[in-house]
Ligand binder design. Structure first.
Ligand code: ZN
Length: 462
């Protein structure tokens, strides 16, 4: 094995730029584009051919929200993107607290009220609540040490359930709200609807030296959820992917390595799905020509053999983990290398890792996803996923293992050992995740709900 080149310090510097200089970068925002350009320009500085792949994405901007009680006291809260908007002055309604939300305790009395819930609830209960048409929803974070999540609802869910302006409240503030037990409160949520914007994947290609038709994608999503610096998730994985590009630009590779920084992952894997969708369309076009093989044509889709994914690394003290989907020898190769190096890696075989790799899995391309977990989970998708959760040494530990594994099984090996196949069982699970045509359909705008004047005001006018 050659000298390891992966530098945790280099990766950490990319991480610093992404989450400190650029900051939160949710899909379709101008910070997202800034990050994409930063990554593309870095690829170019390595002498790689690099471009931005643009695609339409629905996003929201400058979300804001507040809760006001009758005496004027306000409760701090965080808006949930895509949930829906109230009028700018908010809606004043009777409050209803559901301590144990279950489908059995929901009734017509919740219609038009502001519903307060501890924690979250299951899909059936949520569905029933939405049908009852409350005026708004306040979710109190159920773990008191955890910061408030800032992630939006998935647009697919909003399309299915409709709109219900929603906020999250920190446990402590939630307790205060419940102590005050206001009969009535005013809730304002402004996420300014869904706006059609542009998402960007930054793509670079390192040419192969002989195995041109065996492309390996090395990917990581660089977007974060709204208002979240996205250090662990996933400035860290992006930083490692960028450093890996430097490593192999220097070492060279038998196979082409296609480095892709995906966006829109946090809104539903949009960047990866759009990229794979493009490949599928081209593949179909080529294969319309029955003699495509005789003509020496090979679709880009068929050229891609494997996907390596980095999502959530850099955790100071943690456990390195890998999730593999494809044939069993992917997991075996990781276990073998881990044993040789006495590297404590946990390998989860034939398991879904919900990240960009899934879009490739859907297209029958096997994958290995790397993460390093350790105590930072409560900070994920919040304003506290900051750079001090990560360190250069941790990035280097994972980076060097992945460098060695890639060199042995991808970039330097004559015959690539992993078949381009997904087992029937895993295929079933992946297909199920993309049910309802979610994979191919572009989101459609969901209409905003119309608020009537509050019942009290109507009475007043009589
Ligand atoms: Zn992530």
């Amino acid at each position: 094995m050659s000298t390891p080149l992966f530098s945790g310090k280099n990766a950490y510097e990319h991480l610093r730029v992404l989450c400190e200089e650029i900051g939160p970068r949710h899909g379709g925002s101008k910070e997202e584009k800034r990050a994409a350009c930063y990554i593309r320009d870095y690829f170019r500085s390595l002498g790689l051919e690099a471009r931005l792949h643009k695609y339409p994405i629905y996003t929201f901007r400058n979300a804001e929200s507040w809760i006001r009680m009758a005496g004027g006291e306000e409760i701090p809260c965080t808006p949930i993107g895509f949930s829906g908007d109230t009028p700018p002055k908010g809606v004043t309604r009777e409050a209803a607290f559901l301590e144990n939300p279950s489908v059995h305790c929901l009734d017509e009395s919740l219609k038009d009220r502001v519903v307060i819930v501890m924690g979250d609830f299951d899909a059936e209960t949520k569905d029933r609540l939405y049908r009852l048409q409350p005026a708004g929803l306040i979710l109190i974070q159920s773990e008191w040490h955890s910061p408030v999540f800032t992630g939006p609802y998935q647009p697919a869910m909003v399309r299915k359930m409709g709109r219900l302006p929603s906020v999250r409240v920190h446990f402590n503030h939630g307790m205060h709200l419940l102590e005050k037990a206001p009969r009535e409160l005013t809730l304002c949520v402004r996420t300014h609807g869904e706006k059609l914007s542009e998402g960007h994947n930054a793509i670079a290609e390192l040419r192969g030296a002989g195995r041109e038709d065996e492309v390996v994608v090395v990917g990581a999503h660089y977007d974060s959820v709204y208002a979240c610096p996205g250090a662990v998730d996933n400035g860290s994985g992006t930083a490692a992917m960028m450093e890996m590009a430097r490593v192999f630009a220097s070492k060279g590779s038998l196979r082409p390595l296609r480095f892709i920084a995906f966006s829109g992952e946090e809104m539903g894997l949009h960047g990866a799905k759009e990229y794979v969708k493009g490949l599928r369309e081209e593949d179909k076009k080529i294969k319309k020509n029955k003699d495509f093989e005789l003509d020496g044509l090979k679709s880009e889709m068929d050229r891609i053999r494997f996907m390596v994914n980095f999502d959530m690394l850099g955790t100071r003290y943690g456990t390195d983990r890998a999730w593999t989907l494809g044939e069993r020898d992917i997991a075996a190769s990781l276990r073998l290398l881990a044993a040789e190096r006495r590297f404590p890696m946990q390998v989860n075989e034939e398991q879904i890792y919900s990240s960009d790799n899934m879009a490739f899995n859907y297209a029958q391309i096997p994958s290995a996803s790397f993460a390093r977990t350790g105590g930072t989970r409560p900070f994920g998708h919040s304003t506290e996923d900051t750079i001090d959760l990560c360190c250069a040494e941790a990035l280097e530990i994972t980076g060097r293992f992945c460098e060695a594994w890639m060199e042995r099984y991808v970039t330097a090996i004559h015959h690539m050992p992993f078949a381009r196949r997904i087992s029937e069982d895993s295929k079933g699970v992946v297909d199920k995740r993309f049910k309802d045509g979610d994979f191919l359909d572009r989101p459609v705008l969901t209409p905003e709900r119309k608020y009537k004047a509050s019942p009290k005001k109507r009475e007043g006018r009589k």
